[in-house]
Design a protein around this ligand. Structure first.
Ligand SMILES: Nc1ncnc2c1ncn2[C@@H]1O[C@H](COP(=O)(O)OP(=O)(O)OP(=O)(O)O)[C@@H](O)[C@H]1O
Length: 305
């Protein structure tokens, strides 16, 4: 078994506590807990705490090296990392503007053009990491956060390849067919996952797997051919046939060239229901994960004493 005690800098001996004051929990995922934290009494950051028992040492060290190198306006910047016997602590920019679907669902209505603007930001982030041959591997709506509360805030991608991806039924919704079949993701798998996010944004329901009709009535009656064509390309079964992120940046719908400004009020109602269900499922997974982490930390304490 690996000795997890000293992966990087020991948080207890390092200067984490001199620099940061840990604040409230602002988010929970199935592998981590996210706190706000205050740097030198001045600037707020997010601190993501991942228990080491959910990570593989070498893989995590490599991924953290990558994360620290990333620098793009549509990616949440990782500032530094720490670790102690319990976990890895990733200090990153605090995304003040909340999650993508939360913001859309809180609006009275939104258009294909509004959806395209957000997707354009997500595609720019993918183009950047894909150009370095890095894939996200776990792209879902909660990985797309607004940097600020401003209406024109950039959308940012987070959690690039840090956690090991367990396949819960909830996560499978966003997994490309090749990931479900082989558990191996590739660059094109991110394009499929983003396609699912866009599908949900446009009609407020998830795609019906194995259905004959990809765009069933009444959900898709008022959507443009350009939007449907784009989705049909992004969600092709064969990964080789999907457009690359670079190609998507030239797509006229994504670039908002004549993209419809008609307000999709039905979609927003359905999106609110979808979002409530999504939050409930994510919270259930997070509670289970927290219980497991607490049980593990008790074991750890017992072994130490
Ligand atoms: N930098 C950040 N700023 C603000 N909120 C954040 C930040 N990072 C994560 N969050 C919030 O915390 C929630 C959980 O984060 P995330 O999904 O990355 O956890 P996770 O444990 O890696 O998830 P999983 O392992 O289930 O994929 C997000 O949905 C988001 O609301």
């Amino acid at each position: 078994m690996e000795n997890n005690d000293e992966w990087f800098i020991d948080i207890l001996n390092g200067d984490f506590q001199n620099k940061y004051i840990m604040g409230n929990i602002i988010g929970r995922g199935s592998t981590s807990t996210i706190h706000s934290c205050l740097y030198k009494g001045k600037k707020k950051y997010a601190c993501k705490i991942i228990p080491k028992n959910k990570l593989k040492k070498l893989e995590t060290q490599e991924r953290i090296q990558i994360l620290l190198r990333l620098n793009h306006e549509n990616i949440v910047t990782v500032k530094e990392t720490y670790d102690d016997a319990f976990g890895v602590y990733i200090i990153e920019d605090l995304a003040h503007g909340g999650e993508l679907l939360e913001r859309l669902a809180s609006r009275g209505g939104y258009s294909e053009r509004d959806a395209a603007k957000s997707i354009h930001d997500a595609v720019k982030a993918l183009e950047y990491i894909h150009s370095m041959k890095i894939f996200h591997g776990n792209l879902r709506p909660e990985k797309l956060l607004y940097a600020t509360e401003d209406e024109n805030s950039p959308l940012q991608l987070t959690d690039i390849g840090v956690t090991t991806t367990s396949m819960s039924p909830y996560k499978i919704l966003y997994c490309a067919p090749e990931v479900i079949a082989t558990s191996e993701a590739q660059l094109a798998s991110d394009i499929w996952s983003l396609g699912i996010v866009l599908y949900i944004m446009l009609c407020g329901v998830e795609p019906f797997r194995n259905a004959d009709e990809m765009f069933p009535s009444p959900y898709w009656d008022d959507k443009t051919i350009a939007a449907k064509n784009l989705l049909a390309c992004m969600m092709q079964k064969s990964p080789e046939k999907r457009p690359t992120a670079r190609e998507l940046l030239k797509d006229s719908w994504i670039c908002c060239e004549r993209t419809s400004e008609y307000s999709m009020t039905d979609a927003v109602h359905r999106l609110r229901e979808f979002n409530a269900r999504r939050k409930f499922k994510a919270a259930t997974l997070a509670v289970r994960a927290t219980r497991r982490a607490i049980a593990m930390s008790h074991c750890h304490e017992e072994i130490r004493s």
